[in-house]
Design a protein around this ligand. Structure first.
Ligand SMILES: O=C(CO)COP(=O)(O)O
Length: 251
């Protein structure tokens, strides 16, 4: 019922030339998009190259961030309206690196999610707890509150279309993957949170990704869990062969 969605998040890696080479290497080997949606989130400076190379293929495109205003005196920011005009499909919102290094708040994440929808794109909203929160036994309540804040004032129709990425901060780039059961546990809490805020129909439609040291060796087990509908993958999405193994995990 929910189409799996595997997204590479390149973070601040690759230039336009490397982007073109990557897409040319993968574009003829992607799954049918009604089977698995294959997405690449690239730095803003690489998006024109990503879009040009991906044209006519099954590859969907994402920005890694945007601002919540469409234009104006916001030096250095990326306009969601322009992303939409370029043909971008998704925008990653509220990644833990944005929250930590660039001080994005839950309120910013919510405003950005609204701006992405207002521009006919789909947000991939990130949430996840720190190691300290997990060790204090607060992972569930932390993620519940992040999700509740991120979805504020979004309609049921919008929420049924969006993607929520659960990325425990302690598992990002550390090689420490949450076990599939740990990931499932919080992804289930996220779905239950959506059900409480909306209803079961919306909760059944929202797609939930796990992110944090996802790699070809663990994708199958993670994807076998009932509430995990995809992956948001950093390091292992940078190599074309590794990326193809991830998006073709069903093969
Ligand atoms: O932050 C991530 C994806 O957004 C996860 O990064 P890694 O896959 O490198 O752990």
């Amino acid at each position: 019922m929910r189409t799996p969605i595997i997204a590479g998040n390149w973070k601040m890696n690759n230039n336009p030339e490397a982007t073109t080479q990557f897409v040319n290497a993968v574009k003829d080997h992607l799954p049918a998009s009604d089977q698995v949606e294959a997405v690449i989130a690239a730095p803003a400076v690489d998006l024109p190259a990503l879009l040009a190379a991906a044209q006519g293929s099954n590859l969907k495109t994402a920005a890694e961030n945007c601002y919540f205003e469409n234009s104006g005196a916001f030096t250095g920011e990326t306009s969601p309206q322009v992303l939409q005009e370029m043909g971008i499909n998704y925008v990653v919102i509220g990644h833990s690196e944005r929250r930590d290094y660039f001080h994005e708040t839950d309120a910013d994440v919510n405003r950005k999610a609204q701006a992405v929808f207002a521009n006919q794109m789909i947000p991939i909203i990130c949430c996840g707890e720190s190691l300290a929160k997990r060790e204090a036994g607060e992972a569930q309540t932390w993620v519940q509150s992040q999700v509740t804040a991120a979805l504020k004032d979004l309609s049921a129709d919008q929420v049924s279309q969006l993607v929520i990425a659960y990325e425990p901060i302690w598992a990002i780039g550390t090689g420490k993957t949450a076990t599939a059961d740990q990931a499932q546990e919080i992804c289930q809490v996220i779905r239950q949170t959506v059900e409480k805020l909306y209803d079961k129909t919306v909760a059944d439609q929202v797609r939930i990704q796990y992110g944090g040291s996802v790699k070809p060796a663990n994708i199958k087990e993670l994807m076998s869990k009932p509430d995990i509908d995809g992956g948001l993958v950093g390091g292992a999405s940078l190599d074309p062969d590794s990326y193809l193994q991830l998006v073709n995990y069903q093969a």
